[in-house]
Design a protein around this ligand. Sequence first.
Ligand code: NAD
Length: 379
Amino acid sequence: MKLKIAVLAGDGIGPEVTHEATEILRAVAELGGHEFTFVPGLIGGVAITEAGSPLPTETLDLALDADAVFLGAVGDPKFGALAPDKRPEAGLLQIRQALGGFANLRPSIAYSALSGNSPLRPEVTEGADILFVRELLGGLYFGAPRWWDKTSSANGGGEAINTMRYTRDEVVRVARVAFELAEKRRKKVTSVDKANVLEVSQLWRATVTEVAKEYPGVTLEHQLVDSMAMHLMNIPRNFDVVLTENLFGDILSDEAAVITGSLGMLPSATIGGAVNLYEPVHGSAPDIAGTGKANPLGAILTAAMVLRHSAHLEAEAAAIEAAVQHVLNEGYRTADLARLSAGATASEAQPVVSTREMGKLVQQALTEATDRRQSMHAV
Ligand code: NAD
């Protein structure tokens, strides 16, 4: 399998975690005889410094010419005084828009080794493995009209409008993504709406119900967004694929992130556009940049998503996820994950490893598991 990946490492811890993710992809390529090409590009603060724009044209061309785009993180406080459309984060918004992905995928998984890291009790999070499919290009964030006319004399400028709008086609295309992913998982889709109040949600619910008929092997349930917010915290293991419109998905996927317990663990993918875009959920974390404290697992799990959704290398993606789990089960932790329980001695403490060490441990686990599989085949 050949894959050309545009690598936009960005700012802060972006380059550190991206390095570990690409090292894992290189290892997968070597172990499986694949040909992955990595083409670096500038984005964010580093792009402003070196090319005068948060998303230089060369980067956009490179991204549009690739099979997948891997983005580390953008954001640098030294550009905080610039206008919003000139700041590093503008590069991120521009590339998301240019690539045109309409389905944002965010897994929320309870790792048993990290059960103590979640604010939820282990018996609540146990077994949770949710995949959010959030519609990304419609709804309240993009609907027109939208305005806040501060100078208007009407209501003393105290009136503003946003519009929640969806077309049937926009719902159909994202629903199909959710059902197709559910077919490969535990075959359940939970569609979230507010159909008891909003007409847009009534269209959403009717359309998703219609799309469900194309996927007889998948069970569909509907949940109202307010009760969903509670169910996620009470019985997260009840959910498989959760399908939402833009605003509800933004809020619920962040809420469900507490199941995993650390921002540094969360991967994401945006699919359906010209080229799929992959990025860990976290930002550039300027407070720890360059200290070796960044957790690279979110980026490494994002690399697994590249293989699953852009290369259809499911076994290889699952092998990366298993290697991450193995390293966590062995007790290795980056600083954000380490917990020293009261009264524990230094020798009982979990080994705290650097970004680089964590990346190497995952790579080692991946290689060992592959060697074991190959020697079993040979017997
Ligand atoms: P952040 O995600 O960068 O950091 C929040 C906190 O989590 C910090 O304490 C940080 O040290 C910690 N953290 C984040 N990722 C970590 C990791 N992998 N390992 C260990 N600890 C980690 O969010 P923020 O501080 O609000 O934003 C910092 C900058 O990043 C801002 O410029 C913001 O605009 C930008 N940002 C970018 C993205 C992106 O590129 N997708 C997302 C969010 C924020």
